[in-house]
Design a protein around this ligand. Sequence first.
Ligand SMILES: Nc1ncnc2c1ncn2[C@@H]1O[C@H](COP(=O)(O)OP(=O)(O)OP(=O)(O)O)[C@@H](O)[C@H]1O
Length: 795
Amino acid sequence: MADDGLLVNFEIPQGTLATKSVLRGGPWSERRRIRQQENYHTKKRLRDTNTHIDSELLEYVGTGTNHESKRRKTSPASEAKVHAKPFGGPKPYHITASPREPRTGAVDKPIISSLFSSNPESKTTFDDKPIDPNAEPVEPSNAPLSKELLNFTTLGLTPAIAAHLTSKLAISAPTSIQRAAIPTLLNSDEDAFIQAETGSGKTLAYLLPIVQRIMALSRPKSDAEDGIARNSGLFAIILAPTRELSKQISVVLESLLRRAHWIVAGAVLGGESKKSEKARIRKGFNILVATPGRLADHLEHTEALDTSSVRWLVLDEGDRLVELGFEDDIKKIISKLDFRLHKSQGKVLESLPKKRVTILCSATMRTDVERLGTISLKDAAHIAADPTHTDPSSESNPNGTQVEKKFSVPSQLKQSYVIVPAKLRLVTLIASLKRAFIRCKTTTKVIVFVSCADSVDFHFQALTRNESNDSTIQADATKEAEKEKDKWRSKNDFKAKARASQQPNVELGTSANSPSLSTDSQQVSVFRLHGSLQQSLRTSTLQAFSKSSNPSLLLCTDIASRGLDLPDVDRIIEYDPAFSREEHLHRVGRTARAGNEGAATIFLQPGCEEGYVDVLKAERGDLGAVNLRGMTAEAVLRAGFPTVTQNAGRPRKNVEELQPWEVLATDFQLAVERWALAEPGVLEAARRAFQSHIRAYATHVKDERQWFDMKQLHLGHLAKAFALRDRPGSVNVPGLRVSAGKVKADRKQAGGGAKSAKKSDNDGQGGEDADIAEARRKMSRMGRSTGGASEFNLA
Ligand SMILES: Nc1ncnc2c1ncn2[C@@H]1O[C@H](COP(=O)(O)OP(=O)(O)OP(=O)(O)O)[C@@H](O)[C@H]1O
């Protein structure tokens, strides 16, 4: 029926695993002979059931070596449980090995447990109502408006710029936020706070008025003649939190300036040589895009950087700027700009604002943005996409402007949540990716968000592993298990720890093909991205993902959640839920941009995490009935691991060859587990990922810990999702890949929400510390000591 690797769906005849009789009396050699005979017959009976049981499992459930059976106090039958209540489907029986408490002095043995047993039940009731195919499609909320009704010239842009937008950028009508922002920024010198949902075109909303007003400063009389030059002064500074986002803004700006080649824009982003940046600054820029740290540095040390004529300071992704700890840099920048403007006594430049205008941009609104507003804005206008859309929770910010607390996802986004027991997470992820790539006819791009860099690396390896080695690995499984035992024996060896910490990572590229997701007719490429990669790699990886003509998957941390405008992304999978609701909104906002369609799926575990479904429902309001669906893991697995008859693309096979989805999923899981066991580098990556994942889990913002509660995590089950057969308590990977300073910044970055939650805590002690302490407690229970990996590899 099945090959060697399968361990589910076989029936165990009564008495197969009967308890052994206890032998007393007689010579010891006779007792030993009888026990050996009994072992032999037990093995034979199991073989005679006409089923194939995974050999590793067989050994584990009690027919292993004499050494093992001698060592055990409990009988084999008491360790093997026969579960008559499987996960969904017909009622096959599963044999699972129940985890045992570690014995002092004994070598821990790997645990192989069935995927489909002992899983917690979901309390969520799923709406089985099929989607009405004739239902009216939902109007996109971030799409351009009808060009018959409105175009850019009616908003006050010059015909030349409007024509350039149409011919070079294929943009002919403004979006709602552009309709609201462009006239205000063209005609007034007030500070502004631009708030609109993801993918609504906020970048052009502030760039277009700035470019037009600089172009109007001194137009060239003819095409042959230039107006202002690059050394005429720096008029606008745009700050963005990440280098990726700054680069992206630079690209959009450059494309606009093709219409005004005499205006020169540049970028100082860090990660490049300061010397070459200084040389470019000396030549002069009219518009500068920068990351705050690098700009503050240049303002301090580069004399040639003259900011006396700066008339715009744009803070893009304001909340992220604060979250990443740039508040002090921004204060420094603002005070330097104020001082130099004061010294120049505000040179009058016709068409430019009389004073410096600060524009703060964000898709979400929270305390961080309000604080940044207090630092940077004065009497700011609040520009929202739809001014009629006010929320009862709106309140005044410290500048007296009305701010909208409510923020939602683009209306056309199709959202779903899957309730997945911890053990099934990996196979369900694979199933949902297989489904996404097989279903699509054209190039599709999927982004999978996970909580930490180590988890990105492990899943990248798992998805790109060479499956053709699986059979060799299976044949060598016993040998590898022995090797593994040796490694476990030496795990307390200091030298081994030191060696491991010196080479914590296998050499990994940032892109590769995925045999697990590819089919005969289409290759799927996988990319990985996180903050621990070198900047040049990050840039090239993003470019390669954007330009890839294959169906592609980007595995990443929240480093890719903000502002990035990657083309053709059709699906977001939040494999690990975001640390805060705002972050979740930014993540799902990488799809369904500018009126395009998109889908987003979040993985939640049964138990307290299911409470998050209400947050999703509240987020969608009335549209939830159409655009929010709940699914069981079983439904996703059935779709992703289809039996032969379900798989319409392949020729129909004999009935005997049909394999249920549970078997295919188990097959996949066992293959990944064996692969991890067989390769020491991979095993370490899996353990590291598991460890970092748990630590990262503790950084959910305080308000959301009712749904993401460390105490309710089942570590043993979770370990299976990282292909580990280890007892959680024995996972203790020493060594950190990032420096302490970087980790501090990373924690700030990824746990920013937690940080703000802590601030809002009245007693200031707050849940963050308590939860991190809980993570530590859990980890120390897991590993007795945290073994140097005392921080999160989050970035
Ligand atoms: N008027 C328009 N018509 C069509 N497409 C547009 C228009 N304005 C912007 N876009 C496109 O919409 C996409 C999203 O724009 P942008 O990155 O500025 O969104 P955003 O609001 O800043 O999103 P986020 O909050 O995620 O950063 C870009 O690909 C951009 O080219």
